[in-house]
Design a binder for this molecule. Structure first.
Ligand SMILES: [Fe+2]
Ligand SMILES: [Fe+2]
Length: 190
């Protein structure tokens, strides 16, 4: 009975007091100008530089991951599992694809992708590794993938609804990193 009373006490707002879903005409007019901003229009909000910085740190992470996987691919070649050595190359190429997609989005947002080798390891979330033992390589890669998963998850949460295109891109990359971590975990158990 109580629930029924609660429900009946809620009265709809009179029509005139309801908030309307209305577009911002001034912002649409502003989008007709500032053509140098390309894909970035007034509704983007004040987050552009912050998001470009987060994307550049992720770009550094992907580039370090390419280098680590390449190093492991070439040096694991003669070790116990040639199949895993081949898979390191597959991962290296996928991380390289991630780096390209991040760089493209940075440019689309009006930023500059930072490929500077001098600061790469400082900016990267994940570490380089030159282990010579196959198990140690797999472990280093699993740690790096888990770091990437955690940082992409945090960045996606920070972006929220501030930039849907970047969020979708990062969600896509995140699911690849989760696939990589799954594979590495299986190899570590073998
Ligand atoms: Fe990646
Ligand atoms: Fe990965």
């Amino acid at each position: 009975m109580a629930a029924k009373n609660e429900r009946s006490s809620i009265k709809p707002l009179p029509l005139a007091e309801r908030a309307h879903m209305a577009l911002d005409g001034a912002a649409i007019d502003a989008a007709r100008r500032s053509l140098d901003d390309g894909a970035v229009t007034p509704s983007y909000g004040p987050w552009r530089q912050d998001i470009i910085k987060l994307l550049n740190d992720s770009l550094a992470t992907e580039l370090v991951c390419v280098l680590r996987y390449k190093r492991h691919h070439f040096t694991a070649d003669g070790l116990a599992s040639p199949k895993i050595a081949e898979e390191f190359l597959v991962h290296a190429n996928e991380e390289s694809g991630h780096a390209d997609r991040l760089a493209r989005r940075i440019v689309q947002l009006g930023g500059e992708p930072d490929f500077s080798p001098d600061s790469l390891t400082k900016r990267s979330h994940a570490a380089y590794d030159d282990a010579s033992d196959l198990k140690a390589m797999i472990k280093a890669n699993l740690i790096a993938e888990r770091v990437a998963i955690e940082t992409y998850s945090q960045i996606i949460a920070l972006i929220g609804d501030k930039d849907a295109t970047t969020r979708r891109l990062l969600e896509d990359i995140l699911s690849d990193e989760q696939g990589h971590a799954d594979e590495l975990k299986d190899w570590l158990a073998d």
